[in-house]
Ligand binder design. Structure first.
Ligand code: SF4
Ligand code: SF4
Length: 341
């Protein structure tokens, strides 16, 4: 791994140069909330930002996207490809969201490969950024993620005094740094140590310590436990927890047709919704809300681990912060660990 320095005052000029060559997607503030959006000017970027409301996965896996158009005019069938991806830089991604890309990769990059996700992934350079504070709902450390961890980024920035320590982590990152080398300087003594010290400080700021050791096996014996029904009495089935989750990846496919012209698109779906598992016959294997809520926690804390050898939660805390009835995955984990079989 190569390390460089970037003076703080050079960050926006660098991003401005990148914007001329790439579509620059970065954190912006809308109605006092953070989102990752393509920016036309670097003045729009919210630097030093915390967690976005909607995770940056939406850049690779949009909330709604067209898959193709079709026409049946004249009795035939003409399909028109709508797949397109612009070379992009995704800037300002925090460690938990960086890990979420590995979770999504395990799903979308495996055979059968998802072409839409793959193309965007290939054409995007990811610039990660270390956290400067730990939110009350964060618990990424439970999954071995540190607030200054750059794994998953091509280039990762950590603020240290008046500079950013720049970790060049992949060939894509190396190419980017080489191309814009005039912005970077060589690493100097003390910066890496200062980053480590920041890691120690931030690691002491987690308000809740969460342990997930042995959880997948433990859950395996609790499928029929009455706890899930009790927990679901609070749940509204609103699906907010799935929509804001950086690792949720379920989608629905729908056709919109007018006359002979049509469009097939996909949009995010949520396992908390009754229709999610509703069969055409009318049978629903998860007809009760407790079954759907249980499925969500099993998917995050067991199924993903069993299927892909990576946890389905990254401890970002979004669902903790936004659930309208305060269902807190950290409390669920602690309760499950204490339950008898
Ligand atoms: S956000 Fe809370 S209330 Fe809404 S579906 Fe998720 S757990 Fe239930
Ligand atoms: S389950 Fe909650 S805490 Fe875990 S990754 Fe999803 S939104 Fe974040």
């Amino acid at each position: 791994m190569d390390s460089k320095l970037l003076k703080k005052e050079k960050l926006l000029p660098l991003l401005d140069e990148l914007r001329k060559e790439f579509l620059l997607v970065a954190p912006v503030e809308e109605d006092a909330l953070l989102f990752y959006r393509p920016v036309e000017s670097v003045a729009e970027i919210k630097l030093g930002s915390g967690r976005s409301v909607v995770p940056p996965k939406e850049w690779f896996f949009p909330q709604a996207e067209s898959l193709y158009r079709y026409s049946t005019e004249g009795g035939g069938l003409v399909l028109e490809e709508t797949l397109a991806a612009t070379p992009a830089v995704l800037f300002g991604i925090h460690p938990c969201d960086l890990r979420s890309f590995a979770v999504l990769d395990a799903v979308f990059l495996q055979e059968p490969v998802d072409r839409y996700y793959t193309l965007r992934r290939e054409k995007t350079v990811i610039i990660g950024i270390s956290c400067t504070a730990v939110c009350p709902e964060c618990f990424c450390s439970a999954y071995g993620i540190s607030p200054v961890e750059g794994t998953g980024a091509d280039v990762h920035l950590s603020e240290v005094g008046a500079v950013y320590m720049v970790e060049v982590l992949t060939p894509k990152g190396k190419e980017l740094v080489a191309r814009y080398q005039e912005f970077f300087e060589d690493q100097v003594a003390g910066v890496a140590e200062a980053k480590e010290a920041r890691k120690e400080t931030l690691s002491g700021q987690f308000t809740v310590r969460v342990t997930v050791d042995g959880l997948p096996a433990k859950l395996g014996s609790l499928f029929d436990h009455p706890y899930w029904e009790e927990l679901s009495r609070r749940c509204l089935g609103c699906g907010i927890c799935t929509y804001v989750c950086p690792t949720c990846h379920c989608f629905d496919i729908t056709d919109v047709c007018r006359g002979f012209e049509g469009k097939r698109f996909r949009c995010w779906d949520a396992c908390l919704f009754r229709d999610y598992t509703l069969h055409t016959s009318g049978h629903n294997p998860r007809h009760a809300l407790y079954q759907r809520l249980r499925n969500r926690f099993f998917h995050k804390l067991k199924y993903n681990h069993d299927r892909y050898a990576i946890e389905g939660c990254v401890g970002c805390g979004r669902c903790v912060a936004l659930c309208p009835v305060n269902i807190d995955i950290r409390e669920v984990i602690a309760t499950v660990r204490g339950l008898g079989e």
